[in-house]
Design a protein around this ligand. Sequence first.
Ligand code: ZN
Length: 351
Amino acid sequence: MIRSYCRGLSLVFALWLVTNGITVAAAAPTADWSEPLQLLGREIAPGTRSKFPFSPDRSFEASYFNIPVFVARGQTPGPTLCLAAGVHGDELNGVEVARRAFARVNPKELRGTLIVLPIINAEGFRSGNRYLPDRRDLNRAFPGSTGGSVARLIAHAIFTNVVSRCDALVDLHTASNQRTNLPQVRADLSDPAIRELAIHFGTGIVVGGSGPDGSLRGETAKAGIPAIIYEAGEPFRFQEDEIERGLHGVENVMAYLEMTEQVDREIPDNRVYQHSRWIRTTTGKGGFFFPTAEPGDIVRKGVSLGKIVDPLTDVSFEVISPIAGEIVGMAVPQPVLSGYALFHVAWHDPD
Ligand SMILES: [Zn+2]
């Protein structure tokens, strides 16, 4: 039912895209734009904006669906861009990117529709927790199902009611606990529409990869909707530079999709990396981690990135890079054990 709806719309929108020179292939604006948008039992008239809870149900179980939804319905037809944040409840930068992006949209001047889900894991957000209260990772539960864990129920509700109506999706994240990420976009570079979306976000760094099974970004792309992730900074705090970069990226994407005018838009030269891997603590050489390299450093193979000191023997081990590339993420100084991920290094194919 949903699939045939999307296919029908895709055909119309493909024609719209051809005439507008845009390469993102996705679903279409509805035929009669003068009618209010119907979403989650609400009506949003053209040229207006609205904030409401995902579900009005106030039962104990439904508290997990107390997810805010922000919708701006443009005055004129255009694509639907979805912004997702807070899939991991402790990742605050993306939540604020989503809030600012929506606050700055003027629906009277907007083409198409902006749907923002700023705090998908609302329970985790309130308790400062990456995961749901039952310790499941919501970002491994997509596209979800009508039975099973709360994670799968939330994922299914989000996917069928909102994501299936998006023409493109940007998912906003930070590094996980005790790590930090250089602002970057992650995208499946083998898909031309996704690659274009990533380049036009304009962060300056694009790291290839299709995302894990069950992730919102990965499963959205599998459903034929171009999807990218913006990853920036650390969890548990608001970081102004990372937030502003993300906001700029979202506005770049909206301009690229011709949802807004942005005449002075500048897309920086992106460093596009097809590959990345983690350098981990060598087995048996755990201890106190003191990095000397930092995010954004371009490193050569064989150089030292820092040291790990065994506090019982006072012996220290150098962390040697086995590859050349750019450090796009890393662990902060902390005690580490064997196998712990220390540096995320990305590199591109030889020219
Ligand atoms: Zn995350």
